[in-house]
Design a protein around this ligand. Structure first.
Ligand code: ADP
Length: 631
């Protein structure tokens, strides 16, 4: 048979280098990763055989086996699972398909210290490659269930690997690690020690539902003893809380999430009655890189009576809880259940409702008990959770209760309840402003009167904020109002005198306002005097029910046709520039220059709220001309 040599994909090579130079200090986890892959392979074969009885594969004794050869210093993890075809080995083992890997590697290169690198690498399991932390050569022999010929893959972890077809490969996959030379200084990491292997399996893989066997060592001349099973195989979700340690839960989390870090929270749910199920859910401590990509794999694992049925079962949790990982084990579903059936199943919908409530009540609990953990949770997953405010009206109140937002009140985010508590006497609405960043919102002219009067404003910077504020509308009877929309009258119950004053001003300015509206007709539907400005000469606002420019852009980006909404220009009658314009309007017959000024003023207002001038070149020319004249 011929041996072909291939090059690793660039990212794969970089990751391998990191493994070989061992940025990760806890090397024991390589075994967890190999056992985890083997267990997945057994799950897959069992399912495939269930669906296709004719598949030529033996499923009578599915198991994992660990073999140690002290003399040769090799450690082999073998499974009789699904195996891989020649092409699959190249694809799965030679490349890294995970999205976000490139970003991660860039961050890794930039991380100066080892601790930083370890934290980063822990963000996603490196799986199979972790073998290179302890081995200087790895060989894998595999045969895809149903195929006659097998494949041998081998690499020293450098730039290349070899592939070769083999005739006599047994069903499944065996991975052999040629361990690095023994370190006399560090007996703790002797992976040829039976005791060490037992310890690692017990610690990291006890819950694996397939037997993990090992043949105990024998002295010379003794008969080979029977293999022993190292793990208890007990499903953690079926055991009582007292029986299971936090560490055990965390290892299960790592097995199913491929995240190497501890989860933020473990959630248990046991439903009794006619439709019995157990759930063990985890809230991760970090959002994955690809949480907002279209092909993010969402959902938890579904088991039926302890038997693995599918990964990423999206019917069990709503999309805005897609970051939750875990296992749901149902008693009364068919082993043949498909995704399509699940989507329509009444029991599954009930389960989804119950699990959703449980997750949300846990978030609430974290919020009341542990401010720091809540802050982490909301920082990592707040943006996704807010999607629920739009899509899940049943749980809207529960979500509003745990949501927090940046605010002008201080650096710390606030809940709506806290905001309401701080509301000023006579303030009836909850004010917010949406925009690109905290800084651009805080400096927006719309905020001026609010700042002057010391009225708190929520600062909303996520794209989803534009949508949920409209969908939700109010909180505990208090309207959510954008400070950039509609007429804002902070002196609502202000004096009669203020009213009279305004009327007088409006009359004074009526000529200019009408004329400017005509000049700016393409983009502006009304020009009026403002009550929200104290420092800036002008700002643009929307009508209470108009789309904001950001939302308009979002719809366009999604390919939807939306008509351009004309906006309203508000002038600050107290500003010298505006006063001067009014004077010029009344005194001069030639309004060419005034028309330019009107345009400039409008563009300045657009820029001030973080918008783009419609015709930047023209704007620049107008400003440059004016500057020139002042020299
Ligand atoms: P991950 O397990 O995180 O996907 P790995 O690098 O560990 O990443 O493995 C890559 C892929 O190779 C797996 O998703 C699986 O398809 C395949 N694979 C690894 N080990 C085995 C095995 N023992 N049997 C069958 N397929 C395997």
């Amino acid at each position: 048979m011929t041996t072909e040599t291939f090059e690793f994909q660039v990212e794969a090579r970089q990751l391998l280098q990191l493994m070989i130079h061992s940025v990760y200090s806890n090397k024991d986890v390589f075994l967890r990763e190999l056992v985890s892959n083997a267990s997945d392979a057994l799950d897959k074969l069992r399912l495939e055989k269930l669906r296709d009885d004719a598949l030529d594969a033996d499923v009578s004794d599915l198991h994992i086996e660990i073999d140690v050869d002290r003399q040769a210093r090799t450690l082999t993890v073998r499974d009789n699972g699904i195996g891989m075809s020649y092409e699959e080995v190249g694809q799965l083992i030679g490349t890294i398909a995970k999205s976000g890997t490139a970003t991660l590697l860039k961050e890794l290169r930039e991380a100066q210290d080892a601790a930083g690198a370890e934290g980063l690498i822990g963000q996603f399991g490196v799986g199979f490659y972790s073998g290179f932390m302890v081995a200087d050569e790895v060989t894998l022999v595999t045969r895809r269930a149903g195929e006659g010929q097998g494949t041998r893959w081998s690499s020293r972890g450098e730039a290349t690997y070899t592939l070769e077809r083999v005739d006599d490969a047994p069903q499944g996959t065996s991975v052999t690690l040629h361990l690095k030379p023994a370190d006399p200084e560090n007996q703790l990491h002797d992976y040829t020690s039976e005791w060490k292997i037992r310890e690692i399996v017990k610690r990291y893989s006890d819950f694996i539902t397939w037997p993990i066997r090992m043949v105990p060592e024998t002295g010379d001349g003794e008969d080979a003893p029977e293999p022993q099973t190292l793990n208890s195989m007990k499903a953690l979700w079926a055991r009582s809380r007292e029986e299971v340690s936090d560490d055990e839960y965390h290892e299960l989390y790592k097995h199913i999430s491929h995240d190497w870090r501890e989860p933020l929270e473990t959630i248990r749910l046991q439903a009794e009655g006619t439709f019995e199920y157990q759930a063990l859910l985890f809230i991760p401590s970090h959002a994955p890189h690809d949480l907002f990509t279209r092909d993010f794999k969402r959902g938890v694992q579904l088991y039926v009576k302890r038997v693995f049925i599918m990964d990423d079962c999206e019917a069990l949790l709503p999309p805005y809880l897609r970051f939750v990982k875990g296992v749901v084990d149902a008693q009364d579903l068919s082993l043949n259940v498909s995704r399509e059936i699940l989507q329509q199943d009444r029991h599954i919908r009930m389960m989804q409702r119950r699990l959703t409530k449980k997750v949300l009540s846990t978030v609430k609990e974290i919020m009341t008990k542990d401010a720091e953990r809540y802050a982490t949770l909301w920082r990592e997953f707040g943006t996704v959770l807010k999607e629920g405010l739009v899509t899940d009206s049943d749980n809207r109140d529960a979500l509003l209760a745990v949501a927090s937002f940046a605010t002008t009140h201080g650096e710390e985010p606030t809940t709506l309840a806290q905001y309401v508590e701080r509301m000023k006497d006579g303030q009836e609405d909850i004010y917010y402003l949406t925009g690109e960043s905290r800084q651009s919102i805080e400096n927006s002219p719309h905020m001026e009167a609010f700042r002057a009067k010391g009225i708190e404003v929520l600062l909303l910077t996520d794209a989803v904020d534009e949508v949920w504020v409209d969908a939700v509308g109010e909180y505990e009877g208090k309207k959510l109002r954008s400070v950039a929309k509609g007429e804002i009258d902070l002196d609502a119950e202000g004096t009669e005198k203020a009213g009279e004053e305004r009327e007088k001003q409006t009359e004074e300015y009526s000529g200019l306002l009408g004329w400017m509206r005509e000049q700016l007709d393409e983009e502006i539907k009304e020009v009026r005097l403002s009550t929200r400005l104290t420092v800036s000469p002008a700002c643009v606002v929307s009508d209470a029910h108009d789309l904001t420019p950001a939302l308009e852009n979002m719809y366009r980006a999604m390919g939807q046709e939306v008509p351009r909404t004309k906006r309203i220009l508000e002038l600050n009658p107290g500003h010298p520039l505006v006063k001067g314009l009014n004077q010029a309007y009344q005194e001069r017959a030639d309004r060419t220059e005034l028309a330019e000024s009107a345009e400039l003023l409008h563009t300045l207002a657009v820029l001030a709220e973080g918008g783009q001038p419609k015709d930047p070149a023209k704007f620049v020319k107008l400003v440059a001309d004016r500057l020139e004249r002042t020299l």
